[in-house]
Design a protein around this ligand. Structure first.
Ligand SMILES: *[C@@H]1O[C@H](CO)[C@@H](O)[C@H](O)[C@H]1NC(C)=O
Ligand SMILES: *[C@@H]1O[C@H](CO)[C@@H](O)[C@H](O)[C@H]1NC(C)=O
Ligand SMILES: *[C@@H]1O[C@H](CO)[C@@H](O)[C@H](O)[C@H]1NC(C)=O
Length: 315
């Protein structure tokens, strides 16, 4: 265990250095593989305007990140389908919603012009999933909109433990987030790897009453077919959600899925110029990082060798 941990750390140090270390450490392929398994990450783009490839017209989503930062308005003259709405500033600490559509918006995004998700901004960058004409979600669904959806079209995938049991959940969300979460759930919760399929709000068996947890301002959902939340049927009401079935309420597999989604689901980063760094400061940071990384690299190799000989002595 300790050995494994140590190896991971050493590899991580090595691979952070990969761009510099490539020449020094020829044949870094194994290194790449080991580290990507240990610290898998993903980033994708949120296009807020087409006239500039730079921020604020393009923002970045990252897995495992903290989110936060200032709200920004999608430029009024951008031609974006949701021009004039706000984007960003959602912090990972508020990523959980409830079992109701329209939940999970941070307090800076409480106002809405209508039902549940209608007319609202995008605190985490992503758009609410859509169940069609249900609680205002109809404005986020059409074949033309779906190609513009941050992270790609809405998809769904089953999440089952490996070896399988009859505990079957579904993820619903944009393609990139679902693909990433699927691979993370395989690593962290021993889920069976599966490919997502296109999600159709009318054609699929999963319904809003099957949702056991919304995340990221209702833009990502976890569902269970054996759960029927009658309080979620029809128009919004103040009725409390139906409790989870006994079969899953204390499930460690469910707890693992729920926790992993909350910590890893990609969310919008701070605007990149948020800290107002000058070019000089950036050069300084890059230079400092190279020097620091070189020191870590040497230390990592030294410590690894030390540990290896100590470990071999003990055998
Ligand atoms: C959902 O519905 C669409 C369209 O009817 C279909 O192509 C797709 O295979 C369905 N997905 C699942 C998981 O059943
Ligand atoms: C997921 O975790 C949150 C925070 O611990 C909790 O409030 C919520 O009930 C959990 N959801 C499910 C479906 O277990
Ligand atoms: C949930 O229960 C209601 C009322 O019994 C029923 O009309 C509905 O089809 C059920 N939904 C699902 C997804 O099982």
């Amino acid at each position: 265990m300790t050995h494994h941990f140590f190896r991971t750390i050493s590899l991580a140090i090595l691979c952070i250095l990969l761009p510099i270390g490539k020449a020094a450490a020829k044949g870094g392929g194994g290194c790449n593989d080991a580290v990507s398994a240990a610290i898998k990450n993903v980033q994708f783009r949120d296009y807020l305007a087409v006239n500039s490839p730079y921020e604020p017209a393009v923002r970045i989503f990252s897995a495992w990140s903290g989110g936060g930062g200032d709200k920004a308005m999608i430029p009024q003259d951008s031609g974006h389908p949701f021009a004039g709405r706000y984007v960003g500033s959602g912090d990972r600490s508020t990523i959980y919603g409830s079992r109701f559509y329209g939940s999970g918006y941070p307090s800076s995004y409480t106002d809405n012009g209508g039902d549940a998700v209608q007319g609202r901004g995008f605190p985490y960058g992503s758009w609410p999933i859509s169940w069609g004409a249900y609680r205002g979600g109809e404005e986020y669904t059409s074949s033309t909109l779906d190609v513009l959806r941050p992270g790609g079209p809405l998809v769904t995938v089953s999440v089952t433990p490996n070896p399988s049991t009859n505990e079957v959940y579904q993820l619903v969300g944009d393609r990139d987030s679902v693909m990433f979460m699927m691979s993370d759930l395989v690593d962290w919760c021993h889920a069976t790897p599966q490919w997502p399929q296109i999600f159709s709000e009318s054609g699929n068996a999963t319904r809003p009453e099957n949702v056991i947890q919304y995340y990221r301002a209702s833009s990502f959902a976890l569902t269970f077919a054996g759960y029927n939340n009658t309080a979620a049927v029809g128009a919004a009401s103040s009725t409390a959600s139906v409790p989870l079935p006994d079969s899953i309420v204390n499930s460690p597999f469910l707890a693992c899925i729920n926790d992993t989604i909350a910590v890893a689901l990609p969310i919008l980063d701070w605007p990149r110029d948020a800290k107002g760094l000058s070019a000089g400061a950036i050069v300084g940071i890059v230079f400092g990082a190279i020097v620091g990384a070189t020191i870590l690299f040497v230390l990592g190799i030294w410590a690894y060798e030390k540990f290896k000989s100590w470990y071999i002595d003990r055998l």
